[in-house]
Design a protein. Structure first.
Length: 167
């Protein structure tokens, strides 16, 4: 299970930085202008992994400085709004779904033409699509679901294939 979490997390991090590298200004070798990226993170439990991914990205792109700003999900909405109202909006951010996307739509990049969107499941892109425009890419790190100990269930006579047993 731990290996699966690490695998899913590495895919998530790869998607974030694949998205970043899709911008042409990262790929021009003649343009060595310093670029700063702030990623606004609302999940404190993934902050360390994001910082590590940011450092790895900086090694591949020496002209890019990645800053991970982390707040708790409880304070995230207010903290993000504060950054926007103070004129310090982050480059990239986590949003809480379509209500947030609708609220910030005037500030979001339309991403329908990015190659990365071709590699994503269409049903997942719907979570970030507003008025037929892809304004946010879905991401998920945690796995949610029921886990059970087969031996204990067997001893108790519970058949996990019958979900009515859990009601």
């Amino acid at each position: 299970m731990r290996q699966k979490k690490k695998f899913l997390f590495s895919i998530f991090i790869s998607l974030i930085f694949l998205f970043l590298s899709g911008f042409s200004f990262f790929n021009r070798s003649e343009d060595k202008q310093k670029v700063e990226i702030e990623f606004f993170n609302q999940k404190s439990e993934i902050a360390e992994g994001l910082r590590h991914a940011g450092k790895s990205f900086e090694k591949e792109h020496p002209n890019v400085k990645v800053t991970i700003t982390t707040v708790t999900s409880r304070d995230g909405g207010a903290a993000l709004l504060s950054k926007f109202t103070s004129g310090n909006a982050p480059t990239m951010m986590m949003l809480g779904g379509l209500p947030d996307i609708d609220f910030y739509k005037d500030y979001l990049l339309e991403m329908s033409d990015l190659k990365l969107t071709d590699e994503m499941l269409p049903q997942l892109l719907g979570a970030g699509t507003l008025d037929d425009e892809i304004l946010a890419l879905p991401m998920g790190i945690e796995g949610f679901g029921f886990m059970y100990n087969k031996e204990i269930f067997a001893k108790a006579g519970i058949d996990p294939k019958k979900n009515t047993e859990f009601c």
